[in-house]
Design a protein around this ligand. Structure first.
Ligand SMILES: [Cu+2]
Length: 344
C-alpha cells in the first residue's frame, strides 16, 4: 500500500500507457479497449467493449461479464428496486446493516467494498412527504460507521461523529428517526472519517421522498453514479452507474416508446469534483434535487457535483438503441456509459 503511494501510480499515467506496477493494474489495462483509450470516442469504446465481451476473453480477461449472483446484487434490478420498508404505528421503518464485502466492479476487477444491506449502492429508500421515518442501523463491519441522511432534522439524528450517537462501533447499533422532509431526491451515506474513504468504499444510497400528491405515473429508474479507486491513489480507475462498469452496454435498459421515463440521478462520486449525464438523440426535463414540481431545464446534458442529485423526465419518440453516458469522456471510457433499448 505504502509503495503505491510512493510510486504515485496515477490513473492518468495508467491511461497514458505507463508500466503497470501493482496486481490490480494489469487487469485494468486489460479492462479498457486500448485504442479507445488513446484515440477513441465514447461510442467507439462502447462498440469495442461489446465486441470484447462477446469474445468472452480478449480485452476483458477471462470473464466477459460481472456475475450478479456472485456480487449479490444486479445493476439491472437496482434500477427499479424501491425499498418502502414497513409501516407500523404510523412510522415507516427500515433496518440497514453495514458490512465488509468484496465486489466485482468490472470483469476481473475486485474491490473491497463496504456495503449497506449487501449492495452498492445501498437500498433506495422511499417514503412520502411528512411521514415519520425510523431507521435501525446495525454495524456488521469491522470499522466504525454511521448513516448521515440528507434532509431537515435534529442534530442528534444527523449521523455525524461526536453528535448524538456519533460513530457506531463494530457490532453496535442505533436508531435514526426524523420526518420525511422536504420532498425530493436525497441521499444517505456514512459520515465517519476519513470521509472520502467511507463514502468511496460504497456506503451510500438514494432516499426518495415523494410529494404528498405523488408524481405522475412513470417507468422509474434509479441511477447512482459512482466510481472505484482500485489502487488507493485517491483517483478512480472504474466509473459506473450502479457500480458495474458497462453493465447497461452489455445489457441495455429496456423502456417503452412514448412512455414517461423518470430517472432519479444521484452523484456519489468521490475524488472527482464533477460528474455528468448525457442522453443521445433526446432531451429531458430536469428537476434539481426534485424539490420543485416545475423543471428548471429542458436539456440533454446535466452536471452534478459531489452529493448533487436531480430528477430527469423524458419520453423516447422512436424505437431503437440510444446511448447515455458521462459527458466527461474519460469516465465514459472507464465504464460510465450505457444504452436504452426502446421498444413498442
Ligand atoms: Cu463508514
Amino acid at each position: 500500500m505504502r509503495k503505491l503511494w510512493e510510486n504515485k501510480v496515477s490513473r492518468r499515467k495508467l491511461l497514458g500507457g505507463a508500466a503497470a506496477t501493482s496486481a490490480a493494474l494489469p487487469v485494468l489495462h486489460e479492462l479498457i479497449p486500448h485504442r479507445a483509450l488513446h484515440e477513441g470516442t465514447t461510442a467507439q469504446a462502447a462498440v469495442e467493449h461489446q465486441q470484447a465481451a462477446h469474445r468472452g476473453s480478449g480485452h476483458l480477461g477471462a470473464v466477459g461479464r460481472v456475475d450478479p449472483k456472485r456480487n449479490g446484487f444486479d445493476p439491472h434490478a437496482i434500477l427499479r428496486d424501491f425499498d418502502e420498508g414497513s409501516v407500523s404505528g404510523g412510522v415507516r421503518e427500515w433496518e440497514i446493516v453495514a458490512e465488509d464485502r468484496e465486489i466485482e466492479v468490472a470483469p476481473g476487477v475486485k474491490y473491497a467494498a463496504w456495503a449497506y444491506n449487501g449492495r452498492v449502492p445501498g437500498p433506495t429508500l422511499r417514503a412520502r412527504e411528512g411521514e415519520r421515518l425510523r431507521i435501525r442501523f446495525v454495524n456488521g463491519s469491522k470499522h466504525p460507521h454511521t448513516i448521515h441522511f440528507h434532509g431537515i432534522h435534529r442534530d442528534v439524528m444527523d449521523g455525524v461523529p461526536g453528535v448524538g450517537p456519533g460513530n457506531i462501533a463494530p457490532g453496535g447499533s442505533t436508531v435514526y428517526e426524523f420526518d420525511a422532509t422536504p420532498f425530493g431526491l436525497h441521499l444517505y451515506h456514512c459520515h465517519s472519517t476519513p470521509l472520502a474513504e467511507h463514502i468511496a468504499k460504497g456506503l451510500y444510497g438514494a432516499l426518495v421522498i415523494d410529494p404528498k400528491a405523488g408524481r405522475p405515473p412513470a417507468d422509474e429508474l434509479v441511477m447512482v453514479m459512482n466510481g472505484f479507486d482500485t489502487n488507493f491513489d485517491r483517483s478512480n480507475e472504474v466509473y459506473a452507474v450502479n457500480t458495474v462498469a458497462f453493465a447497461y452496454v452489455d445489457e441495455p435498459i429496456r423502456v417503452k416508446r412514448g412512455e414517461l421515463v423518470r430517472i432519479y440521478l444521484v452523484n456519489t462520486l468521490e475524488f472527482d469534483p464533477v460528474n455528468s449525464f448525457h442522453i443521445h438523440a433526446n432531451f429531458f426535463d430536469y428537476y434539481p434535487t426534485g424539490t420543485r414540481l416545475e423543471p428548471r431545464d429542458f436539456t440533454d446534458t446535466v452536471l452534478q457535483g459531489q452529493g448533487e442529485r436531480g430528477i430527469l423526465e423524458l419520453r423516447f419518440p422512436y424505437t431503437g438503441k440510444y446511448m447515455f453516458h458521462a459527458h466527461v469522456s474519460e469516465f465514459a471510457e472507464l465504464g460510465w456509459m450505457g444504452f436504452f433499448e426502446v421498444e413498442d
